[in-house]
Write a protein that binds this ligand. Structure first.
Ligand code: AMP
Ligand code: ZN
Ligand code: FE
Ligand code: FE
Length: 275
């Protein structure tokens, strides 16, 4: 009997400091018997996660967190239960990953231009961890290690946050395209952390485009806000999901164990997919 799940977890295949095996092991310690690995724009951590899940008796749901943009806002779409091994799906991800490398090059140019970068090379950022989806968190960690900023958050606040002096937007996939991609490969598309992204006015359009769920249970969110998003979910007949969004040492306010989603939410998702 599985009691709890965590449907939003990163590994070192995107921008967490934890390996898939470590994520599985930590989940197990919190009696979380089912997890989804939702790395940014990659599914490369799945193989290791599935092996570790088998060894430790933890159910692994294929997942992803796709970066999107709409109306100049960055929106994250989670996908679950899609055919993550399909070659066409991989082709699409490869394009996103290539564009991330090009984007990182432009961010480094900006950073070096304002004399904040201390000459960080693209090779250095790309070599980070097991990553195939290079991003701002990798750069922030290197900046911290080089003593250019006192911590990762400062790197974001001063340079890397949306609109910051070294910020460059990523590959411009729209939420509609991301939702269509997930659905094409048999999965459920879910709007990630709406309480952080604050694009409530775009939710009805996303629902028309095939959005299947809303990530309502998220760390450090008040019960008032949670109830508000539960209401939006009910109104549009959406599945509700939740997860910690843990990134290991990358983000210290979102550790594994912060969200223990009752397993019935996973069962509801499976029932929807079967129907
Ligand atoms: P990227 O995919 O390269 O755009 O990086 C996205 C990741 O950067 C997110 O998953 C967060 O972990 C982190 N991030 C984005 N904005 C901020 C911010 N303002 N403060 C701290 N971390 C952030
Ligand atoms: Zn991240
Ligand atoms: Fe996100
Ligand atoms: Fe995330």
């Amino acid at each position: 009997m599985i009691e709890y799940a965590d449907l939003h977890l990163h590994t070192n295949y995107s921008d967490s400091t934890l390996t898939p095996s470590q994520v599985v092991f930590q989940a197990k310690q919190f009696q979380i018997g089912c997890i989804a690995i939702t790395d940014h724009d990659t599914v490369d951590g799945m193989e290791e996660a599935v092996a570790a899940g088998q060894a430790h008796g933890v159910e692994i749901i294929p997942g992803i967190e796709l970066s999107c943009e709409a109306g100049n806002r960055e929106i994250h779409i989670l996908g679950f239960f899609f055919d993550y091994q399909h070659p066409d799906f991989h082709q699409h991800l490869l394009r996103m990953q290539d564009s991330r490398v090009a984007r990182m090059g432009r961010m480094l140019e900006k950073l070096n231009g304002i004399k904040a970068g201390g000459d960080i090379s693209l090779e250095e950022v790309c070599a980070r961890g097991g990553t195939t989806a290079v991003g701002r968190m990798h750069l922030a960690m290197i900046m911290k290690e080089k003593g250019l900023v006192k911590n990762v958050q400062t790197a974001f606040d001063r340079y890397l946050a949306e609109g910051g002096p070294a910020y460059v937007a990523k590959y411009r996939q729209t939420p509609a395209q991301a939702i269509a991609l997930i659905k094409k490969f048999g999965g459920v598309a879910v709007l990630a952390h709406p309480m952080l992204t604050r694009v409530d006015e775009m939710i009805p359009a996303m629902v028309r485009d095939g959005l299947g769920g809303l990530e309502v249970y998220y760390p450090n969110v008040s019960s008032t806000i949670i109830e508000y998003y539960e209401g939006i979910g009910r109104k549009h007949n959406l599945l509700l999901t939740g997860g910690s969004d843990a990134h290991g040492a990358g983000k210290d306010n979102t550790a594994i164990g912060k969200i223990r989603l009752p397993y019935r939410f996973v069962e509801a998702m499976k029932q929807t997919l079967e129907a």
